[in-house]
Every structure is written in C-alpha cells, then in structure tokens.
Design a protein around this ligand. Structure first.
Ligand SMILES: Nc1ncnc2c1ncn2[C@@H]1O[C@H](COP(=O)(O)OP(=O)(O)OP(=O)(O)O)[C@@H](O)[C@H]1O
Ligand SMILES: [Mg+2]
Length: 321
C-alpha cells in the first residue's frame, strides 16, 4: 500500500470533504444516508440514480464527508477516454550523465523515461480515497470499462504502464466508490453496461418527500416553511398532471422561492401578478423544452389552477407580497 502525501489536498483533483452549509436532514435523508453508508462499509460501491434535481450529488457529497477520507471527484463526460480516468504517458524525460572521474576517460550514461501523468481514478485507487463519479453515464461505456476490474477483482489495469512501467495497481483497502446518474432516457446519457451495474448497489431516488422538499426550499431561500410548502404544492400539482415529458425539479422550486423572497424583501412589487410571473417563467421553461405553443398553453392551464388552489386560497400571494 502506498502512503499518500501528507496533505491529500496537495494532490491534483483531491478534495477534503467538509460538511455542507445548510444541508437538510429529514427522516428520508437520514434513512438514505445510513443505507448508503452501510453498503459502502460492507465493501460495495453505491450508485444513486434519479431524475435531475433529486439531490443525488448533494447526498453523495454528504456521504463522502461522513466517510472521513479524501475525495476524488470526477464528472462524467462524453469525450472521456480511459486515459482521462487512469492517466497516460506524457512525453519523455531525458537525462545524460557524463562521468569524468578519471582524467581523460569519460563515461556517458543517457536514458529516456516516459513521464506518467496520473489521473484521478488511479490516485483514488492507489491511496485509498473515496471516488465520487458524478453522472458517470455521461461517459462512454468504453471509457468506464476500466472500472470493472477495480470493482470486482480489486485491480486497476494500467494498459500503457504507469509510474516506472507498473502494469497494474492493487486497489487500496480504504478505496470506496460512489456514483450518481440520471435515468437512461435523459439526453446525453449512455446506457450503462449491466456488468458495471451488477457490481454496485443502485439506490433509485425519486423526488424527495413533501417535508424534505419544503425544508430544502426554505433553507435555500430563507422563506418561511409555510410559504415554501405552497411552492412545493404547485410543483407537485404540475408533476401529478402526468402529461409532460419534463417535470419541475427542486431546483426550479428553489429559483421560484429565491426570486419570491427577493421581491418580498425589496418590495419591488406588492402585486400577486409578480408571483404568478415568477412561477410562469421558471416552471414553464423547466417543463416545456421547446417553443411549442400548444404544449406551453397546456402547462399554463395546469399552473394557473395550481397557483389558485395552493397560493391564492391559502394566502401565499398576500403573505409574499
Ligand atoms: N439534503 C439537502 N439539503 C440541502 N439542499 C439540498 C439537499 N438535497 C438537495 N439539495 C439542493 O437541491 C438542489 C438539487 O440537488 P442536486 O444538485 O444534488 O441534485 P441532482 O440529483 O444531483 O441533480 P442533477 O441530476 O441535475 O445533477 C441543489 O440546489 C442542492 O443544493
Ligand atoms: Mg448532480
């Protein structure tokens, strides 16, 4: 086993996880955290799969923090090759020693070495760090194949030869891996190889429950919880209508909440029209990914109904503005 440099943060791409400010812990979040930690400690990689904005990356970072070891973060990328994960030979190092120890006699020693540029997966495997591979299905399966032997046999192959020509590295016992991905129907995402999925525990996480969404929105926007609740109701009504390809996410809810809070503070408009406008701008753009007028009108109808039901009648509009 190799000893890591004294401070992991001195290494390229290595971060020391810190507790996230404003991280919301509810029963659902705690339950997911303890399930995931249990699998990781039992030696299994954990994969969070769920729609955009479900909270996968935030949860994975939280778990990485709980594991109390340096983290290597990789974001999946369609352009990645195996070398982007593992490392590659990067030019040569040439050295020449001229020895003139005995006068008139000189001995020359010339040598040429490959320089090895180590990438993040190798660093994590070598020193026993946590690998957080965010959106790993954005990388092509060919690039991710290298993970198969890491997760199964505990060996990282270095096809081109690593530092001083090493052909493989034994995975450090402290190495662990967390993955996140969006479901396969999302644009820009590749189908995951079954062989890779078989080697990890996949936890499917949908949108958080009502209480968690409310608390996250309130924490992020500083709105009162009862105000945040109304925004969650509106987003849920849109999700429940079931007619649309894209659904409002917690990110959209946070945007609505922050914009509403800003208007409330700045007292720019004490007019309920403003809240409607914010919901319109954020949610319709999130759900309708094109300018198809018919689809936008359909969404608008559901949105107006939801605002009337959950905001106006419960006094949200007057409390916000
Ligand atoms: N437990 C939590 N506490 C506080 N904020 C949270 C929590 N979970 C999620 N969030 C917030 O919700 C938003 C979406 O979360 P996140 O980015 O983790 O989602 P994701 O599932 O990774 O989305 P994507 O698939 O688009 O990457 C972020 O603004 C994040 O800060
Ligand atoms: Mg994410």
């Amino acid at each position: 086993m190799e000893t890591p440099p004294k401070t992991g943060s001195d290494q390229k791409g290595v971060i020391q996880p810190r507790p996230m400010r404003g991280f919301v812990k509810t029963d659902r979040v705690e339950a997911l955290t303890s399930r995931a930690l249990n699998y990781v400690r039992a030696g299994f990689p954990v994969h969070f799969r769920g729609p955009t904005g479900a909270g996968k990356t935030t949860l994975a970072l939280h778990i990485a923090h709980k594991l109390k070891q340096p983290v290597v973060l990789i974001h999946g990328d369609d352009q990645f090759t195996t070398a982007d994960l593992v490392g590659k030979k990067d030019g040569y190092r040439y050295s020449k020693v001229v020895d003139e120890f005995v006068r008139g006699v000189s001995k020359t020693n010339e040598s040429m070495h490959h320089n090895w540029l180590e990438n993040r997966l190798t660093t994590a495997v070598r020193y026993g760090y946590t690998l957080l591979y965010d959106e790993f299905t954005r990388s092509r399966p060919e690039a991710n194949n290298i993970l198969l032997s890491v997760l199964q046999e505990g060996i990282l192959d270095l096809p081109t030869g690593g530092t001083s020509g090493e052909q493989f590295i034994k995975v450090h016992p402290k190495f662990c891996a967390l993955f996140t991905s969006n479901p396969e129907e999302y644009a820009g995402v590749h189908k995951t190889q079954d062989a890779l999925l078989d080697r990890m525990v996949t936890l499917d996480i949908g949108h958080y429950d009502f209480d968690t969404e409310t608390k996250i929105i309130a924490a992020k926007s500083n709105l009162e919880e009862n105000e945040a609740q109304r925004i969650v109701h509106i987003a849920r009504a849109l999700r429940a209508s079931g007619d649309f390809g894209h659904l409002p996410t917690i990110r959209g809810c946070i945007m609505v909440a922050k914009a509403a809070k800003r208007h409330k503070q700045a007292e720019i408009l004490r007019d309920s029209k403003m809240f409607r406008q914010i919901c319109h701008d954020v949610f319709i753009a999130e759900i309708a990914r094109n300018e198809n007028r018919k689809e936008r009108e359909k969404i608008e109808k559901v949105l107006i109904k939801a605002i009337d039901k959950h905001a106006r009648k419960t006094g949200l509009l007057s409390s916000l503005f």
